[in-house]
Write a protein that binds this ligand. Structure first.
Ligand SMILES: *[C@@H]1O[C@H](CO)[C@@H](O)[C@H](O)[C@H]1NC(C)=O
Ligand SMILES: *[C@@H]1O[C@H](CO)[C@@H](O)[C@H](O)[C@H]1NC(C)=O
Ligand SMILES: *[C@@H]1O[C@H](CO)[C@@H](O)[C@H](O)[C@H]1NC(C)=O
Ligand SMILES: *[C@@H]1O[C@H](CO)[C@@H](O)[C@H](O)[C@H]1NC(C)=O
Ligand SMILES: *[C@@H]1O[C@H](CO)[C@@H](O)[C@H](O)[C@H]1NC(C)=O
Ligand SMILES: *[C@@H]1O[C@H](CO)[C@@H](O)[C@H](O)[C@H]1NC(C)=O
Ligand SMILES: *[C@@H]1O[C@H](CO)[C@@H](O)[C@H](O)[C@H]1NC(C)=O
Ligand SMILES: *[C@@H]1O[C@H](CO)[C@@H](O)[C@H](O)[C@H]1NC(C)=O
Ligand SMILES: *[C@@H]1O[C@H](CO)[C@@H](O)[C@H](O)[C@H]1NC(C)=O
Ligand SMILES: *[C@@H]1O[C@H](CO)[C@@H](O)[C@H](O)[C@H]1NC(C)=O
Ligand SMILES: *[C@@H]1O[C@H](CO)[C@@H](O)[C@H](O)[C@H]1NC(C)=O
Ligand SMILES: *[C@@H]1O[C@H](CO)[C@@H](O)[C@H](O)[C@H]1NC(C)=O
Length: 751
């Protein structure tokens, strides 16, 4: 035991050392567009999109003039005289602004000044700044433009300087008011009623200015004289990129400013957007690779002393040493030995021990016996489960087929409980009709996905064994790898490699997807999926039909490589039969109509489903959408009918359609419609499809004559409602099993 502990400790230290060196390696992440850009001006740091010229600033509005004739140097906004105090990547900027004044003596007005501020692109933040006026005979106005003209102001009067109290700006000696939202310019004018004649000499001047809320505190001495000559006040501005919302900006992938691992946030000013690194990342979201993973293990040391901290992309995890229970987090349950004996020897126990040694011996014997019986029961239960779960069958099957790939590992219950932190909610990756998928971290720090089916459904067992048998034979880079399984539980568990980037469905249809998929990426994913299916259909010694090809079953890894998953419904087709009869199973909208009618399954059913996937990639629309009129609800039919009428451009996804690739899109559309032909014989084989897609990928892009693209915009109305980039219609999917046939519906939030 001691040896194990020290090994664990050493491993822990090695991991910590690695973590520290990783942080050192990423500490020099740049905040500028390139290394020759100026990173500071005096005390102001200049992160991209701001810069001092050339490609260092994203546009002319983000240009900074650095005047070195001051010590230290001073930064100014564009070419104006507005001095910058501070630039923050959270979308704010602090500048220095002046105020207005108006002074009198016994013979009348002596001097006055009217300050105005004009900003080209940025906004004065209405919650962080306030307008303040000081004086005993003062009426001050702030006015300008915020889309339309606005004017606001306040009045400050006092007869006797003794009425005035420090810190209070309620209209006696000092008044304050807020400024409207969306203000880009203002000027401040001051007027008096009596030329200060009644309040001289205590209050010769009126002052008014805009400043950050907490920067100015009123003091009665300011009425007598205010050193206004060099007095400047800090003002917080909001900056945004562009003038459009995130949704519109995302469509133009070239100019979209939010880079990898960042999200886009609409400005509250309804003009432009800002970017923010995902939770768990830090850096400059406007630069490629600007958002870097935070090594929480080093920055927070979130784990309990005995636990090992593992840094993951965007998050972290704590691993308790073997035998310990708990989540390992300082804030959580920590790590503890399950039945740690903390009883203290007391005199009483000593006495009791002395008297009852024999008695205790007997008791101990009984306890031991009970324990042994319990253990036997548990292991018997495990054996029964193993048998019920087809463990025997599996072993037989596995022993029959040798030499495909390394043995599927049989995991124990304890290993997987530990890996998933007892199937903790926080580890759930996804939930569906078939069961729940958890994220697990194995003892060797490998990250895996663990699928646990719904309890008490014996038909699931068969599906699971089926999936194990299918996946066991496959070794293809575009098919998710099965690492092993656990058959000791009531419901068997499957262990897969962990695919980091979620489903294709998420990337195409969910509003919160990080980035729109480029057409090139979509085509590559389609090609890879087609290759995987072609391999399943023909290359493997016994052909496999997937039976449930859909976006939700295509996973994406870090580099957006496709990984086909979910083989629960798949079937092996013995080589002497070209088709087999089965219960109809699949997802509505993707399901081969001929299969639905005849129950005869052939590999052409997968071709049909794949054709529908291609259509989704081309159009960005959902497979079934009840917001479309009846005859257009099912994408495959709608798509084919538009092709027939030669109106294809109406439905192609405007996020990817350009006049450069329209030719390529049309070719893919033609292929997709061949895949969904009613007669199976007319559909191409998966091999042909994969071949054709690979050819298209290499095809040079001919510019398409502009005239053909015209008229597209007016026609979107229909399609818009079911594509995901327009409004926030959230989608929900729903599992549905009809009485005999297992058909899943994935519905667009039908409410
Ligand atoms: C950095 O930007 C400057 C100014 O735009 C440009 O001249 C230079 O080539 C860039 N350097 C690199 C390494 O990109
Ligand atoms: C940066 O600002 C300068 C000065 O306004 C401008 O000439 C330049 O074009 C800007 N850079 C970009 C990429 O727009
Ligand atoms: C820098 O500031 C000085 C003093 O205000 C001014 O005379 C000079 O023109 C400024 N230089 C630039 C490049 O703006
Ligand atoms: C009032 O101010 C003006 C201009 O500053 C000055 O010429 C005048 O002498 C002042 N009068 C008094 C009574 O101080
Ligand atoms: C401000 O001063 C100028 C002369 O310096 C004068 O003409 C003008 O009337 C004054 N404005 C106010 C509001 O007193
Ligand atoms: C202040 O701004 C308002 C609105 O833009 C304008 O009508 C007014 O003339 C300006 N006043 C001064 C003194 O510039
Ligand atoms: C205030 O001073 C202005 C000139 O500076 C004069 O025209 C006006 O009559 C004065 N008002 C009062 C109430 O003294
Ligand atoms: C107000 O802002 C100025 C300029 O940044 C700063 O020098 C001053 O200390 C601030 N005052 C308060 C009370 O925060
Ligand atoms: C103003 O600043 C606050 C605090 O920084 C921020 O939460 C708010 O969104 C800003 N207002 C606008 C309209 O951007
Ligand atoms: C623990 O929780 C508290 C409050 O929930 C939080 O402020 C603190 O940062 C957390 N500490 C760690 C190490 O997560
Ligand atoms: C984290 O991201 C990097 C680069 O994006 C990738 O190479 C690495 O495999 C990822 N690690 C995990 C655990 O997902
Ligand atoms: C680790 O967790 C245990 C059990 O929760 C707790 O008693 C111990 O104080 C924790 N140690 C640290 C360093 O947080």
């Amino acid at each position: 035991m001691g040896l194990i502990r020290s090994v664990v400790l050493i491993v822990q230290q090695v991991i910590l050392l690695n973590a520290i060196s990783a942080v050192k390696a990423t500490a020099a992440v740049a905040y500028q567009a390139n290394s020759s850009c100026q990173s500071r001006c005096g005390e102001v740091s200049i992160p991209y999109p701001f810069g001092t010229g050339g490609d260092c600033n994203v546009s002319k509005h983000f240009f900074i003039t650095c005047n070195t004739s001051f010590t230290p140097s001073k930064a100014f906004l564009t070419t104006s005289s507005i001095e910058i105090l501070d630039i923050s990547l959270n979308g704010q900027l602090r500048i220095l602004a002046d105020g207005s004044y108006d002074c009198y003596n016994n013979s009348g007005a002596t001097r006055n000044f009217t300050y105005w501020l004009q900003l080209g692109k940025f906004f004065i933040n209405n919650t962080r700044n306030k307008f303040t006026a000081i004086g005993c005979d003062t009426y001050a106005r702030v006015e300008g433009f915020s889309g339309q003209r606005y004017a606001t102001g306040c009045l400050s009067l006092c007869n006797n300087i003794n009425d005035v109290s420090n810190g209070s700006c309620s209209g006696i000696g000092c008044c304050q008011t807020s400024i409207p939202k969306g203000v880009k310019s203002y000027n401040i004018t001051i007027e008096s009623y009596e030329n200060h004649t009644d309040v001289l000499p205590e209050n010769p001047c009126s002052y008014a200015f805009v400043a950050e809320n907490d920067n100015y505190t009123f003091s009665t001495s300011d009425l007598r004289g205010f050193d206004f000559k060099d007095k400047l006040f800090p003002v917080t501005l909001d900056w945004t990129i562009g003038k459009t919302s995130c949704k519109e900006a995302k469509m133009d992938t070239k100019s979209f400013a939010c880079k990898k691992n960042s999200k886009c946030i609409d400005s509250e000013h309804n003009s432009g957007y800002i970017c923010k690194c995902f939770e768990g990342y830090e850096g400059n979201p406007y630069l490629p690779n600007g958002c870097q993973d935070i090594n929480e293990c080093v920055t927070m040391s979130p784990c309990n002393g005995t636990a090992t901290c593992i840094n993951l992309n965007g998050t972290y995890d704590c691993l308790c040493p073997p035998d310990y229970k708990g989540d390992g987090k300082k804030n959580g349950t920590g790590c503890s030995l399950p039945n740690k004996d903390q009883s203290k020897r007391s005199l009483l126990i000593d006495v009791a021990l002395g008297i009852g040694v024999g008695f205790l011996g007997i008791l101990l014997g009984i306890v031991l016996l009970c324990w042994m019986l319990k253990q036997r029961q548990i292991s018997k239960l495990k054996r029964v489960n193993f048998q019920q779960n087809g463990g025997i069958l599996l072993r037989e099957q596995l022993s029959k087929r040798q030499g495909y790939r390394e043995e599927v590992k049989l995991f124990t219950v304890e290993e997987l409980e530990k890996a998933t932190n007892n199937y903790h909610e926080s580890r759930i990756l996804g939930q569906g009709g078939q069961g729940t998928v958890y994220k697990g971290i194995l003892a060797d720090n490998r990250i895996v996905a663990i699928k646990k089916s719904i309890i008490g459904d014996p038909s699931q067992v068969e599906r699971f064994i089926n999936e194990i048998m299918v996946l066991y034979q496959i070794n293809h880079r575009n098919v998710v790898k099965l690492l092993g399984c656990c058959l000791e539980t009531q419901v068997p568990l499957l262990v897969y490699e962990y695919i980091t980037n979620g489903t294709l469905f998420h990337h195409l249809h969910d509003d919160d997807a990080a980035l729109d998929l480029l057409w090139e990426t979509r085509l590559r994913i389609a090609t890879e999926t087609a290759e995987a299916l072609s391999y399943l259909h023909s290359a493997v010694s016994i052909p496999i039909i997937h039976r449930d090809i859909k976006l939700a079953n295509i996973l994406l890894d870090n580099n957006y490589n496709a990984k086909v998953s979910d083989f629960g419904a798949s079937r092996l087709i013995p080589s002497d039969e070209a088709q087999i009869t089965t219960i109809v199973q699949g997802t509505f909208g993707y399901l081969d109509p001929e299969y639905m009618h005849t129950s005869l399954l052939t590999e052409k059913s997968d071709v049909y489903s794949f054709g529908v996937v291609l259509m989704e990639l081309l159009t960005g629309q959902k497979v079934v959408c009840f917001k479309r009129p009846e005859e257009k609800r099912v994408l495959a039919m709608y798509f084919v009918s538009l092709m027939k009428e030669d109106n294809l451009l109406d439905i192609l996804d405007p996020r990817v359609l350009t006049d450069k690739n329209v030719e390529q899109l049309k070719e893919v559309a033609a292929l997709a419609s061949r895949c969904v032909r009613m007669k199976r014989e007319e559909r191409p084989t998966m091999k042909e499809v994969a071949h054709e897609l690979a050819g298209l990928q290499a095809m040079p892009k001919h510019p398409w004559s502009k005239s053909k693209l015209q008229g597209e915009e007016s026609e979107y109305l229909l399609g818009d409602m079911c594509s995901t980039y327009t409004d926030g219609a959230t989608s929900s999917s729903m599992g549905y099993d009809s009485i005999n046939n297992k058909i899943t519906f994935e519905l667009e939030g039908a409410r």
